[in-house]
Design a protein around this ligand. Structure first.
Ligand SMILES: *[C@@H]1O[C@H](CO)[C@@H](O)[C@H](O)[C@H]1NC(C)=O
Ligand SMILES: *[C@@H]1O[C@H](CO)[C@@H](O)[C@H](O)[C@H]1NC(C)=O
Length: 408
């Protein structure tokens, strides 16, 4: 019997051709007990910091049941690797610090067979290929199976959340969908119940992969210019506009007396409310609609009974406006709408939280209703953690181990 991660994945039904050669660790001795502990490590080199996630799993009945996540260790170092572009040696030090933590957390006899992923997010992408490979080499000197990973974020997040909510264990195919709203882009990912959803979707909106004995065909798409900050500028008509030196971009979504400069994607934009004009929900909704119209594909099935988890700015804005508590909660789409109206019609009250709160809440409402086509009564779960584990894509990336995920 093969132990270690590669063996585990094969036992769970991953086709061996999906496994890169690094996964085939030398056969380890079979422990004298029936359950065993193993680890997975994820380095996330993001734009604002480098993080490490160390997952500890317990496998009770190898080959018969799926592993259970026992705990997660998480540590972050700021700033991100991109800050060390001209000083890769210093950047290497952040990785070395995190490696130290990994070595302390994972018992030495496990190092050889512990899968390690370096996720190629913004931080790693800004380094030269040579610098990135240098970092990988250092990690490999401790964890020989370390790999760089380039898979889709949103699919990995889907795997993470469905693992944590126990939906990958059942054969019933009841899973939960994912909505994410970042600064630049926004994503939707779910497993359709109806074939028609896949049949009627553009082919680039579907992804098929195998995991834990099952094949999944997901509806998944990332809208690259429809994240919250990009949408703010698009609403103002500023995204891609000329004359940024002298133009002031105005909107009825902003408090009338608000004036500021906003930096995004290397440009600085002058923005303001409309000092002697109208402001409020209706006018604002009309403006944000233009950012969504004609861009979004509404999946056939989204109006159905799928359960969705919503993250990032969905969570942050719902928390800031008191829709949910800091620990998360559930809301209906109509709650976002109701709150957007309240915020827009009382802009001075909410201005201390953020002058963009009316625009953001209205955009979220419009995105959910007219972008994805959700009903007012669709329930969204808002959470940063599920079963006390960060719901980032990092855990999914650990499973993925890596490219054997085989996303088409
Ligand atoms: C995977 O599928 C095989 C064949 O259907 C089955 O015997 C095995 O128990 C399954 N493994 C898991 C972990 O569900
Ligand atoms: C929730 O919002 C409050 C108030 O804006 C903020 O202080 C807190 O950090 C937020 N919590 C989370 C988990 O984002």
């Amino acid at each position: 019997r093969r132990w270690g991660w590669g063996g585990l994945l094969m036992e769970l039904g991953w086709t061996s051709t999906y496994l890169p050669p690094q996964v085939h660790h030398p056969a380890a001795p079979v422990p004298p007990f029936s359950s065993r502990v193993f680890y997975g490590i994820m380095f996330d080199a993001g734009s604002t910091g480098t993080r490490i996630h160390i997952y500890k799993f317990i496998q009770k009945d190898p080959g018969k049941t799926l592993p259970v996540l026992d705990s997660e260790m998480y540590h972050a170092i700021k700033p991100g690797l991109s800050e060390y572009k001209y000083n890769p040696e210093e950047g290497g030090n952040t990785i070395r610090q995190l490696l130290k933590i990994a070595k302390k957390t994972v018992p030495e006899e496990e190092w050889k067979r512990t899968p390690v992923v370096l996720r190629a997010t913004a931080g790693l992408r800004l380094l030269t290929e040579e610098q990135a490979e240098g970092i990988l080499k250092e990690v490999r000197s401790v964890f020989p199976s370390a790999l760089r990973h380039f898979g889709s974020h949103t699919i990995l997040a889907w795997v993470t959340v469905n693992f944590l909510t126990g939906h990958l264990y059942s054969n019933t195919r009841r899973t939960v969908g994912i909505l994410d709203l970042g600064g630049g882009s926004t994503q939707i990912t779910f497993l359709p119940k109806s074939k028609k959803t896949i049949e009627t979707a553009p082919s680039s909106y579907t992804a098929r992969f195998s995991l834990f004995n099952n094949t999944y065909e997901l509806y998944t798409h990332s809208y690259l210019k429809n994240g919250l900050i990009a949408a703010r500028l698009a609403t103002l008509g500023a995204l891609g506009a000329d004359g940024l030196d002298w133009k002031v971009f105005t909107s009825p979504c902003l408090p009338k007396k608000y004036r500021a400069e906003v930096t995004f994607g290397g440009n600085t934009y002058k923005v303001s409310g409309i000092p002697d004009g109208y402001a409020g929900y209706k006018l604002c909704y009309y403006e944000v609609q233009r950012v969504i119209k004609g861009i979004f594909h509404q999946p056939y099935e989204v109006k159905g009974t799928n359960v969705f988890y919503a993250f990032s700015h969905y969570f942050d804005r719902a928390n800031e406006t008191g829709l949910i508590s800091e620990r998360g909660g559930t809301v209906e789409v109509r709650d976002f709408k109701k709150k957007a109206k309240e915020v827009c019609n009382k802009m001075t009250k909410y201005r201390p939280i953020s002058p963009f709160l009316c625009m953001d809440m209205t955009y979220i409402t419009c995105l959910l209703k007219e972008g994805f086509g959700f009903k007012d009564s669709t329930v969204l779960h808002l959470a940063k953690k599920v079963n006390n584990v960060e719901t980032s894509w990092a855990l999914g990336a650990t499973f993925d181990f890596f490219r054997n995920f085989n996303i088409h």
